[in-house]
Design a protein around this ligand. Structure first.
Ligand SMILES: [Fe+2]
Length: 165
């Protein structure tokens, strides 16, 4: 199903998060320490610069349109991601060793959550929510003060620092 224009800003943020996820997932597969940390930092930076707000925006704009079951799942998965990123923040702030199992759980949780939103939640909204309500969501998303450079900064830093390594 083609994404409704009103939801495209959220889908673009999913895509950017998945680019960070892919880099981390590849590094987890190779188990190389230096690049693993770089990929982890890039994902954490995207989280702090944009994706944490992205989840708050979804809760503000979408929760009221959802059934109890969908609302519960969205909130539970967001809570899990917040908890996982919070503990990753602590690890990176203290320059502590990266726990492979924790990173793998974070990566898997993030990917599964985005996949569910893109494959189930957003198609559901597009088929169940009125055109006026979708337009209102789009207006509010466009009204956000979002730095479109946030992701690029994190990703460019990631690529350039890998080039130096
Ligand atoms: Fe999302």
């Amino acid at each position: 199903m083609k994404r409704h224009p009103s939801l495209q800003p959220l889908s673009r943020e999913h895509h950017r998060a998945l680019l960070c996820w892919r880099e981390l997932d590849q590094q987890l597969g190779m188990r190389r320490g230096a690049n693993l940390r770089t990929a982890t930092v890039a994902l954490q930076r995207y989280w702090s610069s944009r994706f944490s707000s992205h989840m708050a925006d979804e809760e503000t704009l979408l929760l009221g349109l959802l059934s109890d079951a969908l609302r519960s799942r969205l909130l539970a998965e967001h809570d899990t991601l917040r908890s996982l990123f919070c503990s990753l923040d602590d690890t990176l702030d203290s320059n502590g060793p990266l726990a492979i199992d924790d990173l793998a759980r974070l990566a898997a949780t993030l990917r599964a959550h985005i996949r569910w939103e893109e494959r189930v939640l957003f198609p559901h909204l597009q088929s169940q929510v009125s055109t006026d309500e979708l337009r209102l969501i789009g207006d509010r998303l466009r009204g956000r003060k979002v730095s479109e450079d946030a992701y690029c900064d994190a990703f460019d830093d990631n690529v350039s620092s890998r080039g130096k390594g």
